[in-house]
Design a protein around this ligand. Structure first.
Ligand code: SAM
Ligand code: SF4
Length: 350
C-alpha cells in the first residue's frame, strides 16, 4: 500500500473533513453570534465530490476519516455520506466530531451506515452555563445523544472539553470525575487562538499543566496502558498500522491518556498550544468549500473544488494531495504569535 509522506517524512494517514460550515450552536469561542458566513449549498462539496476525494486519499494510503464542521449533523443526508465513505476500499475508520444535539436521532442509522466512533463536544455539566456557552438550551439533548451513541455501540465515546478560564475552569474536577462512573474518554483541550478566539485566548487560555494540577485532587492520574495503543483520537491502532506507527514513533496523535484509580473511563489532554504535537502530525484537512488544508494553524490551502468542477480526474486529485503534503509546515508558530487569520474554526473543521 502506498504511503503519502510530507516534506518532513511524516506519514499522512488521516483526513478531517468539514462537511458544512453551518451550525445549530454558536459557541462563543468558535463562531460569531451573528454574521457567520453560511456558505450557499453550491459552495459546499457535494457528497459525490467528497467521496471521490476520499477515494484519491485512500489510494495514497490514508485510512482514517473524520467528519466534522460546523455541525456535521445539520447537513441533510449525513448517513448516506457515511455509507458512501464506508464503501471505499482502504478506509477502515470513520469517525465524527459533533456537538451532540442531533445525535440521539441519528446514532443508530450512523452506526449501521459504518460510523465507528464519535467525539461529542461538551464544555460544562451545568444546563444554564451550557446555554450561555452555546447560545442554545440543549444540555439534556446532548446528554441523550451521548447515551444513544453509547447504546448503539459507537466506541470509544470521547467528550471534548475546551477549557476557558473564567468560563468553565471551576468544573474541571466535576468533568474529570465523570470518568469514574462512565466509560467515556474526557479530553481537555487548550483554547487555540483561531477565529473567534484570537483575542479571547489572551485571558481565557489555560495550559494543560494547570488543568492537571486542578484535577489532581481526585487522585493520581495513572498512564492508561490501553491508551498507548490508541492514536490521538482514541482509535485503536491495528497490528499492521501499529508497526508503521512504531517505526514512526508512537503515538501519532495529540492526546495522552490517563485513568483515575478504579475509574471506568479515561482522561486525555490535548495541548496544541503549550506542548504541540506537530512532530507526529499525520493529518490533512478538507474545508467545507473544498480546500485541502495541510495544517489547522496555518493559512495555506490548495483548491480541489475548482479543478473537480472543471473535470479533474482522480489522478489529478491524487497529485493535489501529494502537493498538499509537500507544503505541510513542520509545525505551527503560535509561540511567535503567528496565528491563522483566513477562516473561523467551523469552516476548517476543528
Ligand atoms: N460542531 C462540532 C463540535 O462542536 O463538536 C464539530 C466542529 S467543532 C469546530 C470541533 C471541535 O473544535 C469542538 O470540540 C470545539 O470545541 C473545538 N473548538 C472550536 N474552537 C476552538 C478553539 N478556539 N480552541 C480549541 N478548540 C476549539
Ligand atoms: Fe458549532 Fe461546534 Fe463551533 Fe460549537 S464548536 S459553534 S457546536 S461548530
Amino acid at each position: 500500500m502506498a504511503c503519502l509522506r510530507d516534506g518532513f517524512n511524516r506519514p499522512i494517514k488521516y483526513l478531517r473533513i468539514s462537511v458544512t460550515d453551518r451550525c445549530n450552536f454558536r459557541c462563543f469561542y468558535c463562531m460569531p453570534q451573528e454574521g457567520a458566513i453560511n456558505r450557499c449549498q453550491t459552495d459546499l462539496l457535494t457528497y459525490e465530490e467528497i467521496a471521490l476525494i476520499v477515494r484519491a486519499a485512500a489510494d495514497l494510503g490514508l485510512n482514517k476519516v473524520r467528519l466534522t464542521g460546523g455541525e456535521p449533523l445539520v447537513r441533510a443526508g449525513m448517513v448516506d455520506l457515511v455509507r458512501m465513505l464506508a464503501d471505499i476500499p482502504g478506509i477502515d475508520d470513520i469517525a465524527m466530531t459533533t456537538n451532540g444535539m442531533l445525535l440521539a436521532t441519528h446514532a443508530e442509522a450512523l452506526r449501521a451506515a459504518g460510523l465507528r466512533r464519535v467525539n461529542v463536544s461538551l464544555d460544562t455539566l451545568r444546563p444554564d452555563r451550557f446555554a450561555r456557552i452555546t447560545s442554545v438550551p440543549g444540555f439534556h439533548k446532548v446528554m441523550a445523544g451521548i447515551q444513544a451513541a453509547y447504546e448503539v455501540g459507537l466506541r470509544p465515546i470521547k467528550i471534548n472539553v475546551v477549557v476557558v478560564r473564567g468560563v468553565n475552569d471551576d468544573e474541571l474536577v466535576d468533568l474529570a470525575a465523570m470518568t469514574q462512573e462512565n466509560d467515556w474518554n474526557i479530553r481537555f483541550i487548550e483554547l487555540m487562538p483561531i477565529g473567534q478566539s484570537t483575542d479571547l485566548s489572551e485571558n481565557g487560555y489555560m495550559s494543560i499543566r494547570e488543568i492537571k494540577e486542578r484535577i489532581a485532587v481526585l487522585g493520581p492520574l495513572l498512564p492508561d496502558i490501553r491508551g498507548e495503543f490508541l492514536d490521538g483520537d482514541g482509535c485503536p491502532i491495528k497490528a499492521n498500522s501499529l508497526a508503521d506507527s512504531m517505526a514512526d514513533s508512537l503515538p501519532n496523535g495529540p492526546a495522552r491518556y490517563f485513568r483515575l484509580p478504579d475509574a471506568r473511563g479515561t482522561i486525555g489532554f490535548i495541548s496544541p498550544v503549550s506542548d504541540h504535537f506537530c512532530f507526529d502530525c499525520n493529518r490533512l484537512r478538507l474545508t467545507s468549500d473544498g480546500r485541502l488544508r495541510p495544517c489547522l494553524l496555518w493559512d495555506d490551502e490548495l483548491d480541489l473544488r475548482t479543478p473537480l468542477r472543471q473535470g479533474a480526474t482522480i489522478d489529478d486529485i491524487r497529485r493535489l494531495f501529494v502537493e498538499a503534503a509537500a507544503i505541510k509546515p513542520e509545525g505551527h508558530r503560535l509561540s511567535e504569535r503567528k496565528v491563522p487569520t483566513g477562516r473561523i474554526m467551523s469552516e476548517i473543521g476543528g
